[in-house]
Write a protein that binds this ligand. Structure first.
Ligand code: FAD
Ligand code: MLT
Ligand code: ZN
Length: 471
């Protein structure tokens, strides 16, 4: 739904043109609901600038007119951060037209891109220059660099390359009063005072609007290997992780854990997907790469698998023999979220813990959930190499997913209290948005919340940037 306001619409139209101020309910519909369909909002208008100057003019006008702004990239976020409030007071500022790859500097190994460029487009631009941009998410065809930085996205290659924060060297940001901060520096060393770019990374549109960024590029992978391993429990997966790290060093790029339930769900909604090693409780998808041609990755991994079979760490394993087989194994993993969306609502947790404490945490949490919510299904998967699990709790078979969502506060308490007790985080990579605002207050110390509030009021004194999100 859109709440029209002729004066505001006229002012915005003067900045971006009539075609880029969407006010009809049909045009606005895709921008006011989140990917999971959990949040539905309404807006005065959806505004789609094409340049940083236009973003600055919109923000300056909204600052004068006291109109709150919800920045939006690809709208693939998991926490409702890009969805406007139902009150209809806000505008949605979509960066989707700002897609240009401004420059690739091969010798400096950097790319300068606009915030609305999709992650896949940036990966392609790097590949065209013979280099690699390693951030990798199942949503990469739709999510944008602005969204990736604003959520400090993680994904499946963090183990080797780090998350979005580790991959950014500079940013261009429109501040709450409409000024443009040009921090587009491609420097790997710069100790000139506070590192301001990191304030905007992970701030979910609450401190400024990212309009462009300088990102790090890496040497391209010339040898790639994907393998699927089956283990009887997560403690064994953790041992296998240690063995793989020892064997491969930083050639180990991804180590993704999936429960049998998670894979069954992926296959239920995508029946063409393979089932190469049925009847094991847990699986690990392993990705390794080397920058040399014909590197001995397969030998290293086969030797590690042989040792892991000998000491009963591993139950079974298979190595993809072609790029096509590798893609099909990855499809099993990458379709889990989409399968969950089709299956209906579920209580999502995006947690991180020290890897060493994950097996005991999972056993304890599963027992507590079984006592409190008998029959609830656990759909557990995620980035075990980073200590990050997507620990999702779904309704018992044959019961209503919608009704089950009433149990979210109880399930959150069971899971998040145990995460906090183990020194973990209640949001490893998806952010806070609207979904975890109350949880944040509960688990962050008073001093951290106080510092966050002070930063927010210093950078956005009128509270117009993505209100009601994070804090
Ligand atoms: P949006 O959803 O549009 O916005 C996200 C937040 O950033 C909002 O708060 C918004 O206000 C703010 N924002 C967006 N653009 C800007 C900007 N230019 N300036 C300031 N603020 C801005 N996430 C992971 O971390 N790891 C994963 O492995 C992963 N896998 C996913 C798989 C699927 C199938 C899906 C649907 C999502 C997945 N995600 C994952 C979540 C999501 O894709 C990421 O959070 C992504 O970084 C969001 O990018 P976006 O452009 O879609 O941002
Ligand atoms: C993933 O790793 O696939 C995601 O972060 C998405 C999800 O948790 O659903
Ligand atoms: Zn993830």
């Amino acid at each position: 739904m859109v709440v029209e306001d002729a004066t505001l619409t006229d002012a915005l139209t003067r900045i971006v043109g009539h075609d880029n101020v969407l006010t009809s309910a049909a045009d606005a519909a895709p921008y006011v609901v989140d990917w999971r369909g959990r949040y539905r909002g309404s807006a005065r208008a959806i505004v789609r600038p094409a340049t940083t100057g236009e973003v600055a003019a919109i923000v300056a006008h909204c600052n004068e007119a006291r109109v709150p702004i919800v920045p939006q990239g690809g709208n693939t976020g998991m926490c409702g951060g890009a969805t406007p409030h139902p009150s209809g007071r806000e505008i949605v500022l979509s960066l989707s037209r700002m897609r240009s790859i401004r420059a690739v500097d091969r010798q400096n190994a950097t790319v300068t891109v606009e915030a609305g460029a999709t992650l896949a487009a940036v990966q392609d631009a790097a590949a065209a220059a013979g280099l690699l941009f390693p951030l990798s998410l199942a949503s990469e065809g739709s999510c944008t660099i602005g969204g990736n930085l604003s959520t400090n996205a993680g994904g499946t290659a963090v183990l080797r390359y780090g998350n979005a924060r580790d991959l950014v060297l500079g940013v261009e940001v429109v501040l709450a009063d409409g000024r443009i901060w040009d921090g587009l520096r491609g420097l790997r060393k710069d100790n000139t005072g506070y590192d301001l770019k990191h304030l905007f990374v992970g701030s979910e549109g609450t401190l400024g609007i990212v309009t462009a960024a300088v990102l790090k590029l890496f040497a391209a992978a010339r040898t790639r290997l994907t393998a699927l391993a089956a283990v009887s429990d997560v403690a064994r997966a953790v041992v296998l992780l240690q063995m793989m790290k020892q064997a491969l060093g930083d050639r180990l790029v991804g180590f993704e854990l999936m429960s049998d339930e998670a894979l069954a769900l992926s296959r239920k909604h995508h029946p063409d997907l393979p089932n190469p090693m049925p009847n094991h409780a847990w699986y690990v998808l392993i990705q390794a790469t080397d920058t040399a041609f014909n590197a001995p990755l397969a030998t290293n991994i086969e030797e590690t698998f042989a040792a892991a079979l000998d000491n009963a760490t591993l139950a079974d394993a298979t190595i993809a023999q072609s790029e096509e087989q590798a893609e099909r194994l990855w499809a099993l993993r990458e379709n889990i979220s989409e399968a969950q969306r089709r299956e209906g609502p579920n209580i999502k947790h995006d947690i991180s813990l020290p890897v060493s404490s994950i097996p005991a945490f999972l056993a304890d949490c599963a027992a507590a959930l079984a006592r409190a919510l008998p029959g609830a299904r656990l759909v557990t998967f995620g980035h075990l190499g980073d200590g990050n699990l997507h620990y999702n709790v779904a309704a018992p078979v044959g019961t209503s997913g919608q009704a089950f969502m009433e149990n979210a506060p109880l399930a959150n308490r069971i899971v998040h209290d145990r995460v906090a007790a183990a020194g973990g985080s209640i949001s490893a990579e998806h952010g806070i948005g609207q979904l975890k605002r109350e949880e944040l207050k509960r688990y962050k110390s008073d001093i951290e919340i106080d510092l966050m509030r002070r930063l927010k009021s210093a950078l956005d004194p009128l509270g117009l940037l993505n209100p009601g999100k994070v804090l």
